[in-house]
Design a protein around this ligand. Sequence first.
Ligand SMILES: NC(=O)c1ccc[n+]([C@@H]2O[C@H](COP(=O)([O-])OP(=O)(O)OC[C@H]3O[C@@H](n4cnc5c(N)ncnc54)[C@H](O)[C@@H]3O)[C@@H](O)[C@H]2O)c1
Length: 392
Amino acid sequence: MENVFDREERTMKIMILGADGYLGWPMAANLSLTKNKLILVDNYIKRTLFKKYGKEPLVSLPRLETRCKILKKYNKNISFVKTDCTNTQKFLNLFSRHKPDVVIHFAELPSAPYSMHNFKEGWKTLDNNLKSTFNLITAVKTYNRKCHIIKLGTMGEYGTPNIDIEEGWLTVKHKGRQQKFLYPRQGSSLYHTSKIMDTDLLWFYVRTFGLRVTDLMQGPVYGVKINKTLDADQFYPTFAYDDMFGTVLNRFIVQGIANIPLTVYGSGNQIRGYLDIKDTIQCINLAIKHAPKANELRIYNQFTQQFSVNELAKKVQNALKKIHINASIKKIKNPRVEKEKHYYNAKHSGMKKLGLKPSLLTDRSIIEIAEYVIKHKNKINKTIIQPKSFWK
Ligand SMILES: NC(=O)c1ccc[n+]([C@@H]2O[C@H](COP(=O)([O-])OP(=O)(O)OC[C@H]3O[C@@H](n4cnc5c(N)ncnc54)[C@H](O)[C@@H]3O)[C@@H](O)[C@H]2O)c1
């Protein structure tokens, strides 16, 4: 995947909130290949939670202080600041010092099972996600209204309605009149609900104070490799595979390699839109390049293919067979409350119109992830994969 920035383009100050995370780090690494000035921010809360719940990722990665030094080889203009984005004063100070042109906001707690674990985790999710978003909005409104906020939303905000999911907006006709609204949203966890509230906050500040925002409704992401230049373990992201913080495809691959059944929750007919981590990076690069105007909230549905959980498990099983791993699939009681048979047809043409060239899910892409997991097979902890957080 190549960068969409060309040489003549002006350099920008880009702040990445949550730069230590699964998506934040590869995004920072990819942007280090440009001439932009990068300010990486994280408070390591995810590392703390991995430890607290005994759900350590497959490989323990160095902290950002160390990883930043690796990126300096490509771009000297990179700094890391350890700051909690929910700390209003500290965050406003940081923002006003740098006055970035773009902020990519990953700094949230993105786990549905964590948010539904208990009251404490639910509240922590709401508190962290809404405060970090609200502090960012306040900083932009106070110090640089031209700053382009790129916020990671989730396809889970829409839920699974019995009508087509549009890209962010829906025109409603009622008694002879019509109005364009945010597409109706109904999350299936407190985490997803916090993301809905984020979008509402951003939309309020866009229409009232003229902010410029891109909200990326992203599906579950899979993968580790980000591009040919940065193709080494040190550029790969945190790889979580446990029941609380892992995403489904990465988890299936680990289960296959650990010789335990791929656990499908419920009927397995739940359909979602997925994407390769390479495409997450490509989409965000495209969003940076195509900034909205003042008073504009742009929403893209950020995924490339739709699959049911059963289809996904079968795909992993077939791909692993090609490298002589015989994985079995087992249906288990669904720990979540969600529709297990539903209509799902979500539009996702916006990013393609901007130039997205998707990396689709193939046997090769599954084997690419499997090769990374096999290298670290001895570190797999089989006891952290079965679901332990139940909605009811
Ligand atoms: N990974 C996916 O499949 C996926 C899918 C859809 C949407 N998203 C969204 O993308 C964003 C990033 O997801 P991810 O998978 O990289 O998550 P992650 O948990 O791996 O990374 C988030 C990072 O933000 C940091 N962080 C959280 N709260 C912070 C705070 N208050 N101050 C400073 N740093 C803070 C964490 O320490 C962590 O390093 C999230 O907003 C998530 O909702 C992710």
